[in-house]
Ligand binder design. Sequence first.
Ligand code: 2HG
Ligand code: ZN
Length: 461
Amino acid sequence: MTQSLIDRLGARLGPAGLLTEEADMAPFAIDWRRLFPGRPACVVRPASTAEVADVVRLCAEAGAALVPQGGNTGLAGGAVPDGSATQVVLSLARMNAIRRVDPVGLTLTAEAGCVLKLAQDAAEAAGRLLPVSFAAEGSALVGGVIATNAGGINVVRYGMTRGLVLGLEVVLADGSIVDGLRALRKDNAGYDWKQLFIGTEGTLGIVTAAVLRLVPKPRHTATALLAVPDPAAALRLFTLAQEEIGDSIQAFELISGTSLALVETHAGLRSPVGTAGWTVLIEAASSLSGLREAMEGVLGTALEREDALDGVLAESGRQAADLWALREHVTECEARAGKSVKHDVSVPITAIPAFLDEAGRVLEAGAPGTRVNAFGHMGDGNIHYNVLIGPEHASEAINGLVHGVVDRYGGSISAEHGIGQYRVAELARHRHPDEMALARRIKAALDPQGLMNPGKVLARA
Ligand code: 2HG
Ligand code: ZN
């Protein structure tokens, strides 16, 4: 079965569209963290929506499962195949055109394989901003950003990717194409079906192109790094910043001393405000003047109230980039430090200090010898509560401890990274059975054969 399918895929896509050699398929077979090695039957690289549709139809006819893949930067193993050598990996990378930028209507239309950074650059060249940004933006692809409803550093101001998608083109599990590439701000005509494909990680269909919402590009930016005594002080600082410059805050990040120590050890980058306690990185942006003075005011008041122990305000774009580098290197340096168990959690913002405190105590008691690398997007309630472990620690037990605390604070076990295969069991454990049953009904309706990214988000039926 598999060989005849591969032959048909090759006949449809030509040599540029099909990879079957082990070495060529290797980068598509394993995730960035190298936690989920798989073996694809083949890798297809369609160059158009029509080709994607034909691939899906051929696979459906042959009963072969499909695993859509973007930039393969995900942290939950959602874009890699299992080890059966029967699943077809569908890379969207060749569908990389930016079809249109409309600076007046504030939209950008891109194909799924466009690198996020290139889409951001195209918006910038038109004097506008595509406000989704995260450390992997140089490799992540627009289709994957949408399929995972990516978050990142600007959610505090602009919301998740979901809120930036105006129109979508998708290929359904039977190979039909649905073109909803409307560039409208208001569109209440019937079901908003595109939401089914945003954040569902390719389990219901494949995103092939999208119309994204742009925003005006703020003229001025102010970036500050502050050392704070503890997370409770960081929360007070957040409240102060909300009151003083709330409408211009576009990032409010919390970084633990452990995170900065990792960055210092493994990337040689040193924080100008030290690594002793906790650190907050605030970025504000506005087209109105006076932003810098307003940010100075926030810093001054925070220092006066002793909610900040030290602080720097970037003098230039270069210096701002240096401050951001401290934050953006955490993931890479954590990986270099050894094994870790990641938790991408969110809790109500006001609960962050208590959550951090309680999770720390629970781990100390239940998993002695672990080290917590906590950092994240405090302004939207999302903490990456990653636990560095040794060979004696079991990751499921640590998940149980941390997610137990998340439940007690009414939080979510996946704030922005999705479920992939990494959190399938945890999702089923933490979501109400009624919600899981509803998800299964949606899955059965859209993918009756169960061939769209099986085993991701939901356990195989
Ligand atoms: C970030 O915020 C990313 O830098 C990665 O979401 C988080 O490494 C992580 O756990
Ligand atoms: Zn993050």
